[in-house]
Write a protein that binds this ligand. Structure first.
Ligand code: 4AD
Ligand code: MG
Length: 459
């Protein structure tokens, strides 16, 4: 049986004979009695297995860390500290002996070293907790939207348009790099390529989600996105997952209401469904985590405009590496100051200068700002970027032109404004950043199973 089943109903299995498979987390061997801490991955909590002279096993048995085994015995109340039940083993069989060179021995390893053994680190406590919570968060996201009738749309990973208009895309091509066909003017001739045009990995599913929102009203995407951003930071990855709801007949206020409700919902879900893992993070990763998360769930998020944010930062007297002026893109240091020092909770910043935001955001009446919103949280900074979309045909067309984008690639997008346009809004939650926020883990590489960052695509 599985450890999870035991911990779900200890009373049922107490004083019963059971059989378990699993791996040795740690072992203490003595002359007459030995203890194994056994895990099978199905529960964060291991089970203590007690071996004594009566336990039937091979005389030569070695209890190496990470050896897989099968053990049969009786679940009894534990005499020892730290657990209320343990398994008194009647027989034990090693299924796969682990070589003594196994790197995850008891001593603590650096995060950098653990990244080099990404194929083994999921067995360590920290990653057991991270990836279980990540899985639950993904489920909670789906649950939140599905309960509200949102349609889950799967948008393409290979795209012919740049959703952010920022040019930070990975090219998809089958052309032979040694002999790329060229046009007369020297530019690459993509008509000879697989798709007969230039294509990329998607940076966001938003534009295609808008297609669905103007057909189904409330929709969301949840999938991988790719960015060739040359940012070597703790919160940027080249491959990350994004949750992108899109809603017709919804303005920026509704957008923020949904984002706030979703963040609170997924935090609550994880607090309820992974108490052991969350207690672990609170103890070993981020001491104030649980208090902070309860606070987040119980209180309204702050909402301020970009202009107010800039004023607050300027008035703070704080010396920033990057000086604050109206018009700058807020840097991580500014975002973190706002949310960690000034408000000490999540903050929506709205109505950014149009020059620093994407072409599809709706222009405000002041003609200087757009109906954008970013959600900033302590410890991470921006976790959500969203906006009300430009629904007016002519204004959007001009924006596409002014941004130097290829009109042919966006004709379908403009059609949405031609055939029954509607006020609509949406946002993108960076899934890894959400996992960082909820676990307190400070590096995106440690909440991603096989991180892809500048210079790294191992495994
Ligand atoms: O702010 P961004 O660029 O917004 C969009 O892509 C919109 N199309 C979303 C929408 O409105 N549907 O990205 C959204 C979020 C960011 O707030 C951040 O959390 C995450 O995606 N993100 C990254 N996460 C990890 N590594 C990167 N390189 C990221 N770039 C963005
Ligand atoms: Mg953004």
């Amino acid at each position: 049986m599985k450890l999870r089943e035991i911990y779900q109903d200890k009373e049922k299995y107490l004083n019963q004979d059971i059989s378990l498979e699993g791996w040795i987390k740690t072992a203490r061997t003595g002359k007459n009695i030995s203890f194994i801490s056994l895990t099978d991955g199905s529960s964060f909590k291991p089970l203590q297995v007690v071996l004594d002279q009566d336990t039937k096993m091979d005389d030569q048995v070695k209890l190496n860390i990470s050896s897989s085994l099968k053990v049969q015995g009786r679940l009894v109340e534990s005499q020892g500290k730290g657990q209320d039940v343990e398994l008194k083993a009647e027989s034990l069989e090693i299924l796969g002996e682990s070589d003594p060179s196994y790197p995850l021995q008891k001593k603590r390893h650096s995060a950098e070293y653990l990244r080099t053994i990404a194929h083994l680190r999921p067995r360590a406590n920290l990653f057991q907790a991270v990836f279980r919570v990540r899985s639950l968060l993904a489920f909670a996201v789906h649950k939140f939207f599905q309960e509200r009738g949102f349609v889950y749309a799967q948008t393409p990973l290979i795209t012919g348009s740049d959703a952010e208009g920022a040019g930070e895309m990975f090219r998809v091509t089958t052309l032979d790099l040694k002999d790329v066909p060229r046009k007369e003017d020297g530019s690459v001739d993509y008509s000879k390529d697989f798709f007969n045009k230039e294509t990329h990995l998607t940076v966001s599913g938003q534009l295609q989600a808008e297609v669905f929102a103007l057909a189904f009203r409330d929709v969301y995407t949840f999938g991988p996105t790719f960015r060739a951003e040359n940012s070597n930071t703790q919160r940027h990855a080249a491959e990350f997952w994004m949750i992108e709801p899109e809603m017709a007949f919804a303005d920026l206020q509704v957008n923020m209401d949904v984002a706030e409700a979703m963040v609170k919902y997924i935090i609550t879900y994880v607090l309820d469904h992974a108490p052991d893992e969350m207690a672990f993070f609170n103890e070993f990763v981020d001491k104030g985590l649980l208090d902070r998360l309860h606070n987040v769930v119980d209180n309204d998020f702050e909402r301020i405009s970009y202009t107010e944010a800039v004023d607050l930062l300027k008035k703070s007297g704080q010396k920033f590496d990057y000086p604050v002026e109206w018009g700058i893109d807020l840097q991580t240091e500014h975002e973190r100051y706002l949310t960690e020092k000034i408000f000490k909770r999540p903050v929506f910043v709205t109505d950014y200068p149009k020059e620093i935001k994407a072409f599809y955001m709706r222009e405000n009446d002041d003609k200087k700002t757009v109906a954008a919103m970013d959600l900033l949280v302590p410890g991470v900074g921006e976790i959500i970027g969203g906006s009300q979309r430009e629904e007016r045909y002519h204004i959007l067309k001009k924006k596409i032109e002014d941004n130097g984008l290829n009109m042919k690639d966006y004709e379908w997008y403009l059609d949405l404004r031609k055939y029954g346009t509607a006020v609509h809004s949406g946002y993108g939650l960076g899934f890894e950043r959400a996992v960082m926020y909820v676990t307190g883990v400070s590096n995106i590489r440690d909440v991603t199973a096989f991180p892809r960052t500048v210079g790294h695509a191992e495994f």
